[in-house]
Design a protein around this ligand. Structure first.
Ligand SMILES: Cc1cc2nc3c(=O)[nH]c(=O)nc-3n(C[C@H](O)[C@H](O)[C@H](O)COP(=O)(O)OP(=O)(O)OC[C@H]3O[C@@H](n4cnc5c(N)ncnc54)[C@H](O)[C@@H]3O)c2cc1C
Length: 508
């Protein structure tokens, strides 16, 4: 990934497209636009993937519940993309077994569920499900609630590191000539005769601002989409819905594969799954009324709701607050039906709409980012003078098939070759090395310590107190690579600790 270009340099270019928002949607659009020969700039007001795209449930999935709701098209598209990502980004996207337990006198029973899974597999063109009787199920899911248990169905979906997915897509785009810049906000679109002709950008670090012109402006700001639209359209489209997760020490709730079950309070689906050596419990689904300028965070009610679900399903675990290492919450940018539906009934599909030269894209899923990007380009095509066909080109170039290849793609080999062999070792209890952090600091536009600990690596989600025990090892890297003084380092540590305490720790 390139360095942050000076703001003045951005002004000197007549961009075909400016993409606002550095989540997976914006990254996907840049990727598809640049390979069609467009001059593309992406700006992100905070860090890349700072929004929902680092706080998803991290599943690359078809979404069984969409089939059950009759949304075959969304499921089919998602499954096609799931299989593509598994092929193109092995290690970053990994297949995982999911278990659903069947109890006496509860719906759906094994036959109905098996039928659903046959359709699911058919759409994905795989055959990957089975039913096992009670004892075999308990061998796979020790400690599961036994009363009335008949057996379990297993199918497969996939998991990903969502923030690294965004970074890899951006990296591939930059390799083909895109320019991307974090901590740069679009303050407002620039208008001429009521049509968008550019954007006013502000560097949130230096305070500097420039006006930059473009042929089309893509509003990929997710939950923030209505804000950017407000200067050209009065209506509101987005209904922000929050979903939260708990990260638990895997010794306290060991699961080899994922399980999905219905919450006893409201019948919503809850997942418990292994991720990066920890166990994640999620998620919730409720209207998010908090200020969007603040990171979303879990409420006490959501925390208790998720803990209650896990304890009912794994009664022996008897989880308590102290077992939770960290929490994280994201805001779904759902396009509202306007009919006051229950949050879980709102459609999860994406919408693209074009207004006065600005194309807004919102809703959708991490999994379908490539399909979403193609829909955005189709809407932008008349202004750009391009024809958009899905030629099925790979999003990712081939990469080494190892841990670093999964995270960094093509450049992984260069991390192995960094001097200081002692930095190649994994940190205790983690799947990260100091060498890869050095690489991120040097090449991945790390501006703040939280960029490194929450998104380039996920240490802040995986360790108690945000991994503060590793800070003495990381300090020299930041001094070497970013030239931070002792004073700057102390300020960054303070900032990180405040962010972690407020948005990633346990609720008060
Ligand atoms: C709890 C939860 C669980 C989910 N789980 C899954 C899952 O398992 N699988 C799946 O496929 N999908 C999942 N999703 C959906 C998926 O995460 C989202 O659809 C996706 O991340 C949205 O990406 P985005 O790029 O549109 O938005 P975001 O990632 O939020 O990116 C928008 C970005 O725009 C930036 N921005 C806003 N205003 C400006 C401005 N004026 N100038 C510059 N930048 C700006 C923001 O800072 C933000 O980073 C989940 C969502 C949630 C909330």
């Amino acid at each position: 990934m390139n360095e942050r270009k000076p703001l003045a340099e951005l002004k000197a270019v007549d961009w075909d497209m400016i993409v606002v928002g550095g989540g997976i949607t914006g990254a996907g659009v840049v990727r598809e636009a640049v390979r069609r020969g467009c001059k593309v700039l992406l700006v992100e007001q905070a860090d890349f993937a700072w929004g929902t795209s680092s706080r998803s449930s991290k599943m690359v999935h078809g979404g069984l519940r969409y089939i059950a709701a009759g949304d075959i098209r969304l499921t089919w598209h998602s499954l096609v993309e799931r299989e593509r990502l598994l092929r193109e980004a092995p290690g970053l996207v990994t297949r995982l077994g999911y278990w659903f337990a069947h109890y006496e006198k509860t719906f759906p029973g094994p036959w109905v569920f098996g039928f659903l899974l046959s359709v699911y597999d058919l759409l994905a063109r795989v055959r990957d499900h089975r039913y096992v009787a009670r004892d075999k199920f308990l061998e796979q899911m020790p400690g599961y609630r036994e009363q009335g248990l008949r057996g379990g169905s297993r199918y497969t979906d996939a998991l990903v590191d969502d923030a690294r997915l965004v970074l890899r897509v951006l990296d591939e785009s930059m390799d083909e000539g895109a320019c991307v810049r974090n901590y740069t906000r679009v303050e407002a679109p620039l208008l001429h005769a009521g049509e968008v002709i550019g954007a006013r950008l502000r560097d949130l670090e230096s305070g500097e601002a420039v006006d930059v012109s473009c042929r089309t402006l893509i509003n990929a700001t997710g939950a923030w989409a209505d804000r950017l639209r407000s200067s050209i359209a009065a209506s509101k489209r987005v209904r922000p819905l929050r979903g939260s997760h708990l990260v638990v020490a895997s010794e306290r709730l060991p699961v080899r594969e994922a399980t999905i079950f219905m919450h006893p309070d409201d019948g919503r689906a809850v997942f418990i799954y292994p991720w990066q050596g920890r166990t994640v419990i999620g998620t919730t689904d409720l209207d998010h009324h908090d200020d969007l300028d603040e990171e979303a965070h879990i409420s006490r009610q959501e925390f208790d709701y998720l803990l209650r679900a896990a304890n009912r399903q794994f009664p022996g675990a008897a989880l308590v607050d102290g077992d939770v290492i960290a929490t994280f919450s994201g805001v779904r940018p759902i396009v509202s039906s306007g009919r006051g539906l229950h949050p879980s009934q709102e459609k999860r599909d994406h919408s693209v709409f074009s207004e006065h030269g600005m194309i807004t894209v919102t809703g959708g899923k991490l999994t379908t980012f490539r399909q979403i990007a193609l829909d955005v380009l189709r809407a932008a095509a008349p202004r750009l003078g391009i024809v958009v066909r899905d030629r099925g080109e790979a999003v990712f170039a081939p990469a080494p098939q190892d841990r670093l290849g999964a995270r960094f793609g093509r450049t992984a080999q260069r991390i192995h070759e960094l001097p200081a062999p002692q930095e190649q070792a994994l940190l205790p209890g983690l799947d990260y090395s100091l060498a890869e952090m050095r690489w991120s600091l040097r090449h991945e536009q790390v501006v703040h310590l939280d960029d490194l600990l929450l998104r380039r690596t996920r240490i802040g989600l995986l360790c108690r107190q945000g991994g503060e025990e590793f800070l003495p090892l990381i300090a020299p890297l930041c001094r070497d690579e970013l030239g931070w003084s002792e004073e700057r380092w102390q300020a960054e540590v303070k900032r990180y600790q405040q962010i972690w305490q407020r948005f990633y720790s346990l609720p008060a």
